[in-house]
Design a protein around this ligand. Structure first.
Ligand code: ADP
Ligand code: MG
Length: 606
């Protein structure tokens, strides 16, 4: 052994480490390649994925393309045509500025790049495996660039195991595509999953039409325009009308200088603007913020999603007022008015659009809504699934409903004789099937959490110490004083689990290394969840590795509303039965309930 001998890491290893940060999952690949295509002035981009992007991602654009020299450089680290000076780091003129995305993606995949510029007589292609050049050639593809990324994480199998299901990863890709598509309505963006069209854009669209393409014409038509400047902050875009707040949190889109961002203050400012209407939830929001560069700070982190505002309060107020004014204006100009009951924070329509008396009567309250509001009941926008269990068991003849109580349904002590059953997917939340003793209902989220939790525990426990992936860019974790002291008390355990944390003054810590198996965002969540659990339960109740495994399971499990194929349902059930404790989720929720056949017989008076 050659101890004590300092060796520099090979390019390959460095690329793999960097890949861990830039490429967390298929959606990160799509994000980077989409941004590159936009930087190359593409007016049309096609994204295709297969198996949630794990098997294949293809992104084709009609942009400037790369000449021979650029093509042979682009997959090497720190080759970028974009970064001119350190000064540029503080401006966001182009999407990329680090010149490491392609190198990072190439390091953990099989990549084929085909490109042609206007001046080329033919297109050139190169094929890489794990970042190493395998083959090259020419063909007659059109001007532009195509990236084909296959077998993501093929050489880092543990990372691959930690990816979610195809459905979950696919939904993350969709989220990324949607976010970027909305910010670039002028560019035609087509998105295909397993060969099926999911999203087809139109070139030269405007924002409202693009929202229609991305989120549905129903909601796009109703959305209210926003345009407001305050304290040097310009806020534009569209928000849902005040009676449509049933969006999902991931239907709040914020952009800073046209780039997707997430900032909790912005989200809160919008939600608050709807509160006077007695509405809770996450209204569909598409808001663009513009402010001078020195008024915000973009964390110089590979994925660049975190933004801090110098004047958070100012941003909060600007957004809050922008949305509030938009909702009020909509009321002034759109007619029919809706009665705002004092007692019930719900709206009941009174009169029709030409009911002038009610319009004046309620105008004084300041709450009024556009024509759309009182028209026929509208399709809910991605409403959470309705509980339909009662329908399933209702006996219309007698007008009786057998409620789904714990008496009717029991949590079985064990499930036996489970021979490849037929599954029915109920409300995209529950699996329904039979076993030898009766009818089974399985909560897909709780069940999946159990499976993932045990898998994570196994990985953690097998390690005689968990391998750490050092971060090139340490993450700052800010905590309150109490939280910080709790975390301080378990630093050693965290270290064993692969988390390298260092106090960084005040209540903050620098996260310098994370378990190799965890994606970065999950690792950060795990630290926060750990601290929360320590606050609530104390350290003894739940050892750190348990909390970390839970955090991971929670973040990656199916949720209510996720569509599952019959294959996925069968797999979920088979994996659940194979766990140590199939009846409860790691958070103590039931995963399974059974209505015994005798009970059903009794109900039917047999
Ligand atoms: P960055 O975007 O930070 O420059 P990347 O690794 O993402 O780094 O890309 C490296 C370089 O490859 C880019 O600077 C650009 O010159 C070239 N490139 C990447 N994708 C495309 C594309 N779709 N069309 C044209 N050039 C591209
Ligand atoms: Mg880039």
């Amino acid at each position: 052994m050659n101890l004590g001998h300092i060796q520099s890491l090979s390019e390959e290893v460095i690329n793999k480490i960097a890949a861990g940060e830039v490429v967390e999952r298929p959606s990160s690949v799509v994000k980077e390649l989409l941004e590159n295509a936009l930087d190359a002035n593409a007016t049309w981009i096609e994204i295709q994925i297969e198996e949630g992007g794990k098997k294949r991602i293809r992104i084709t654009d009609n942009g400037n393309g790369m000449g021979e020299e650029d093509l042979n450089l682009c997959y090497l680290r720190h080759t970028t045509s974009k970064l001119r000076s350190a000064e540029d780091l503080f401006h966001l003129k182009t999407n990329g500025f680090r010149g490491e995305a392609i190198a990072s993606i190439a390091a953990i995949s099989q990549m084929t790049i085909t490109s042609r510029t206007e001046n080329d007589s033919e297109a050139r292609w190169i094929r890489l495996s794990g970042g190493n050049l395998q083959e090259s050639g020419t063909n007659n593809s059109r001007k532009g660039t195509a990236f084909l990324v296959e077998d993501l994480f093929f050489n880092t199998p543990v990372r691959r195991n930690f990816l979610g299901s195809d459905a979950l990863e696919g939904s993350r890709v969709l989220d990324t595509v949607t976010r970027i598509a909305i910010a670039n309505p002028q560019v035609r963006i087509d998105y295909k999953v397993n060969g099926r069209d999911i999203f087809t854009g139109v070139e030269g669209s405007d924002l409202r039409n693009r929202i229609a393409e991305a989120l549905g014409a129903g909601i796009a038509r109703k959305m209210v325009p926003v345009d407001h400047t305050e304290a040097g902050i310009h806020v534009t875009g569209f928000v849902a009308p005040a009676d449509e707040t049933r969006g999902k949190r991931n239907h709040m889109f914020f952009y800073l200088q046209q780039r997707p961002i997430w900032n909790p203050v912005a989200g809160k400012a919008v939600v608050r603007a709807y509160e006077p209407y007695g509405k809770q939830g996450y209204p569909v929001t598409v808001l663009f913020l513009d402010m001078p560069d020195m008024d915000f700070d973009v964390n110089v982190h590979p994925t660049k999603k975190e933004v801090r505002f110098v004047n958070e309060n100012g941003v909060f107020l600007a957004i809050h007022h922008a949305v509030r004014n938009a909702l009020q204006n909509e009321g002034e100009y759109g007619a029919p008015v809706i009665h705002l009951s004092d007692a019930v924070p719900n709206f009941a329509p009174v009169g029709t659009s030409n009911d002038a008396s009610s319009a004046t009567a309620y105008a004084a309250t300041g709450y009024s809504f556009s024509n759309d509001t009182v028209q026929e009941p509208r399709r809910r926008f991605e409403a959470p699934p309705e509980p339909i269990a009662q329908d399933l068991f209702s006996l219309p003849e007698f007008g009786k409903v057998i409620p789904l109580t714990s008496k009717t349904f029991q949590t079985p002590t064990k499930v036996e004789s489970f021979a490849s059953p037929q599954f029915f997917h109920l409300a995209k939340t529950y699996l329904v099937c039979e076993d030898a003793e009766g009818l089974l209902l399985i909560d897909q989220g709780a069940a999946h959490q159990r499976i993932l939790y045990e898998r994570a525990l196994k990985i953690i426990e097998n390690g005689s110490g968990i391998e750490t992936q050092e971060l090139l860019f340490p993450e700052l974790i800010e905590l309150s004083k109490v939280e910080a002291s709790l975390l301080q008390s378990v630093l050693e355990n965290m270290d064993q689990l692969g988390f390298h944390l260092e106090p960084f003054g005040g209540g903050s810590f620098q996260l310098r290394g994370i378990p190799r198996e965890l994606p970065l965002s999950r690792a950060i969540d795990a630290v926060h969840e750990l601290v929360e659990s320590l606050l609530e339960e104390g350290f003894d109740a739940n050892p750190a590795h348990d909390i970390i495994a839970k955090a991971w399971a929670k973040g990656n499990a199916y949720q209510a509303g996720d569509s599952l194929s019959s294959e996925e349902m069968a797999q979920l059930m088979a994996q659940l039965i194979a766990t140590q404790d199939p009846m409860t989720s790691p958070y103590g929720r039931p995963t399974l309930m059974r209505m015994p056949i005798e009970d059903i017989n009794k109900r039917f008076k047999r």
